[in-house]
Design a binder for this molecule. Structure first.
Ligand code: DNO
Length: 370
């Protein structure tokens, strides 16, 4: 596995590239041009500028997260073709600097959502928390009002322009059923995957977080069956998934290690993190350690190891520890601990494999002689 680390860019992240450089085994940054409005082409000069910054620290920039998809594409509006053309140009521009994987999502309106970004834990750290009943009881119109009355309202992962047009979007999505959303995703993929394939880029969709419908909006990438369906929409080595253990792990029925084994050749990028699920559907993000949460991180890493995974892996949301002031979920310290936990499992599995190979080899030799 190739270890990478998400970085939001100078002035946009409390974490510095020189700090990331000191985390063992991190080879590249996972990046994006966060200020380019969704739907616009990413200019080559800006991409090259980012490359210069990465080069200074010897990081590759093979993985982009995310090139966001304009709502008109998800809604299937006639204007989608214009945005799809821009998306294709962005793929081409990114390929010019050697980008190999583009992560994106197809969640209507919202990206990931939590009800508390800094919930206090027993040990004094804070972490991101999702209270299911709170989201279920929240009337989207109240949300719209709250945002309208509070110009400073921001939610990580949401571009400001999406927030401004929230009520209009809710209205527009009333006409989009789950089936229609699948059809719109297929249309998008049929257009962009040939371009990605031509440039040897993998388009890796991120699962929906949480993996169930919220505010009455349909959500697609929630389960093993639905990931299979997505991969079958367009049969191409460029139509892939970003397997995120945290997003999928919020639903205890998801067998993530099983997904790793089934979709091995279509997972170029993995997000690995843990969370603790409660019986009422709430969950809180924990350290990456298996024992601290409900997601079997060891089994997942073992599944990657068993399938000889050579893709990119990043630690995902961490807690906020040691008084760090950072973007929610994206501090330096807990994610660095996460990297070391993942390496700990991986390196142990490598050692075991080596010992097994060494002990099996003489036997098979003697078998060959008899
Ligand atoms: C959250 C992230 C997501 C992810 C997008 C991918 O921390 O995992 O915001 O980047 O869903 O498009």
């Amino acid at each position: 596995m190739k270890m990478v680390f998400r970085w939001f860019g100078h002035g946009n992240d409390s974490v510095k590239l020189q700090h990331i450089k000191q985390i063992p085994g991190v080879e590249g940054i996972v990046w994006a041009l966060h200020d380019i409005p969704v739907g616009e082409e990413w200019p080559l000069e800006r991409i090259l500028d980012m490359k210069q910054q990465a080069d200074r620290y010897g990081f590759h920039m093979d993985v982009v997260e995310s090139v966001n998809v304009h709502e008109d594409i998800k809604l299937g509006l006639p204007t989608r073709d214009l945005y799809i053309e821009n998306y294709k140009r962005t793929i081409e521009n990114l390929a010019k600097v050697g980008v190999k994987v583009i992560c994106y999502n197809f969640m209507p309106v919202f990206d990931w959502i939590r009800t508390d970004l800094f919930k206090e834990m027993e040990d004094g750290s804070t972490a991101m928390f999702y209270e299911k009943a709170k989201v279920e009881n929240l009337n989207p119109n109240e949300l719209v009002d709250e945002i309208a009355n509070n110009p400073d309202f921001t939610i990580p992962g949401w571009e400001p322009e999406r927030l401004k047009s929230l009520s209009h979007l809710f209205e527009a999505y009333r006409r989009v059923s789950t089936q229609q959303l699948w059809a719109n995703l297929r249309y998008f993929l049929e257009q962009i995957i040939p371009v990605a394939e031509l440039h040897d880029v993998k388009m890796a969709i991120h699962p929906d977080d949480p993996p169930w419908p919220i505010f009455g909006l349909p959500r697609l990438i929630t389960s093993q069956d639905n990931i299979r369906r997505l991969l079958q929409l367009v049969e191409s080595p460029s139509n892939c998934v970003t397997l995120c253990s945290g997003s999928l792990g919020a639903n205890g029925e998801n067998d993530i290690a099983g997904m790793v084994r089934e979709f091995a050749d279509r997972i170029p990028f993995a997000h690995i993190r843990n969370l603790k699920r409660y019986e009422n559907g709430d969950f809180i993000e924990t350290s990456h350690r298996t024992k601290d949460g409900s997601v079997e991180i060891f089994d997942i890493v073992k599944a990657y190891h068993d399938t000889s995974f050579t893709g990119y892996v990043r630690p995902d949301h961490g807690r906020h520890i040691w008084d760090e002031q950072c973007r929610p979920g994206y501090g330096l310290y807990d994610r660095a601990l996460g990297v070391m936990y993942l390496w700990g499992i991986w390196d142990s599995l490598e050692s075991v494999k080596k010992v097994q190979q060494e002990t099996v080899a003489p036997q098979s030799l003697s078998n060959a002689r008899t």
